[in-house]
Design a protein around this ligand. Structure first.
Ligand code: GLC
Ligand code: MG
Length: 424
């Protein structure tokens, strides 16, 4: 959050399963579209917040399975755990606050009396969240009877039903909505309330997000019945909430356009980059575009034409070099010349590139130092290079930026398992 000084231009607070992440799309296309949009246009001045029902254990598992970005803030276990940054520093103040009228032992004692409640896995039982499965037909009666019992025992709890099967019991002050309200209050007291906030969800535990004042909200097209019903009963006349016609992350992109929160053209949707006019040409935009071209070239999704090679030469400095993660150094021009034999090399195969955590600093009047994680998913698995580049923002040859230097090192645990011929 120290990446920029002022308030966020946009803060996106998104649920993960079936909202940001589409479990029915093995290609993860809408997620990759969102990633490119975010890193190109929003990362430098906006905040990404993931708000999930998953515990830290299952959240980390999902990050290994899906091409997800690194959020600025992670809210886990249905708004009971808030952490900051890549290293996930917990907000202890929040957890202490949740102890009010909460006693796990009483909850387990009382829930044991309900045979329809089946415990979820041990990883999902957290200090301020106790979770069960319950079939749809029993849910309402169980919730009613259980609330009465817990109230009699002096607790003030919240019972949330999601996805037509999950039942979570949390302290009354917890939940995705309360956690967001807590963050917004914190930003306001620092004098940095986000200019716009967009909440995104698909199921019961997301409903609270939509009742926070002054936020825009999108229910993705595939939203669960329980969320749509909550909306019909509580918020149907609220113009700040939209039910997208697109699924998952595509619905989020759609909502950015619907509420006019900024550009919603993902570089992944752009065929001809010379026609794309970014709001402001940022280093992030430059990096996303470069790797899009490289991916499409290897997948043979653009024409095998000299024009693309020439374009890359135009944006690279003639004496620029790349230091590969193996430590070998090569000139940028020679890598571009070698591209010819890579055309279509990944055609019909699994091959995607995405960048994460793009950050940049202007270190001279024309010089930018840009850092990001370059991820590559192929049939050989997942690889990641911590990448640093130097961009010259006033080259003679072309408008925009010139790539002067690229330096890559492996991210621990994500080096290539087999030696690969490597270009960028
Ligand atoms: C996630 C959690 C689970 C919870 C559900 C609904 O799936 O893993 O514990 O019940 O979200 O909030
Ligand atoms: Mg969900």
């Amino acid at each position: 959050m120290d990446r920029f000084d002022g308030p966020a231009r946009l803060m996106i607070v998104s649920d993960l399963d079936h909202t940001m992440v589409d479990h029915h799309d093995p290609e993860n296309l809408s997620l990759l579209r969102f990633n490119a949009l975010w890193e190109a246009n929003y990362r430098h001045d906006s905040l990404l917040v993931f708000s999930t029902g998953r515990s830290p254990t299952l959240y980390k598992q999902l990050r290994k399975e899906k091409p997800m970005l690194t959020p600025d803030i992670t809210i886990m276990s249905v708004g009971t755990e808030i952490t900051y940054g890549e290293s996930m520093v917990p907000d202890d103040g929040w957890e202490n606050f949740l102890n009010h009228k909460w006693d796990r032992n009483i909850v387990t004692e009382e829930t044991a009396k309900f045979p329809h409640l089946k415990f979820q896995s041990e990883t999902e039982q957290r200090s301020h969240k106790i979770s069960f499965y319950v079939e749809k037909e029993h849910a309402q009666e169980v919730i009613k009877a259980l609330s009465e019992r817990l109230e009699k025992r002096g607790l003030d709890v919240k019972i949330i039903y999601s996805g037509g099967m999950d039942l979570d019991i949390l302290p009354q002050g917890a939940g995705k909505g309360q956690a967001l309200a807590y963050l917004l209050k914190k930003f306001k007291s620092d004098g940095k309330p986000p200019a716009n906030t967009l909440v995104c969800g698909d199921s019961g535990n997301d409903a609270e997000l939509f009742s926070i004042p002054e936020v825009h909200g999108v229910m993705v097209s595939n939203a669960q019945e329980e969320l749509l019903q909550w909306h019909a009963e509580n918020a149907k006349d609220n113009p700040n909430i939209v039910h997208a016609s697109e699924k998952c992350a595509a619905g989020i992109i759609q909502a950015i356009g619907h509420f006019r929160l900024g550009t919603n053209t993902s570089p992944r949707d752009v065929i001809d980059f010379s026609r794309l006019q970014p709001e402001s040409p940022t280093p992030g935009h430059e990096v996303v575009k470069f790797y899009m071209l490289y991916e499409r070239w290897c997948r043979a999704e653009i024409a095998n034409s000299e024009q693309h090679i020439q374009h890359l030469k135009n944006i690279c400095h003639p004496s620029g070099v790349i230091v590969h993660p193996s430590g070998t150094e090569r000139s940028l021009y020679s890598c571009i010349d070698a591209l010819g034999s890579f055309y279509g090399d990944k055609q019909g195969k699994q091959f995607r590139i995405w960048v994460d955590r793009v950050s940049s600093a202007q270190i001279g009047s024309n010089v930018w130092l840009v850092k990001f994680d370059k991820w590559e998913l192929s049939d050989e698995g997942r690889q990641c290079c911590l990448t640093t580049i130097l961009l010259d923002s006033k080259p003679e040859a072309s408008k925009g930026f010139a790539w002067v230097h690229i330096h890559q090192t492996w991210l621990d645990g994500y080096q290539a398992r087999v030696p690969t011929s490597w270009l960028f």
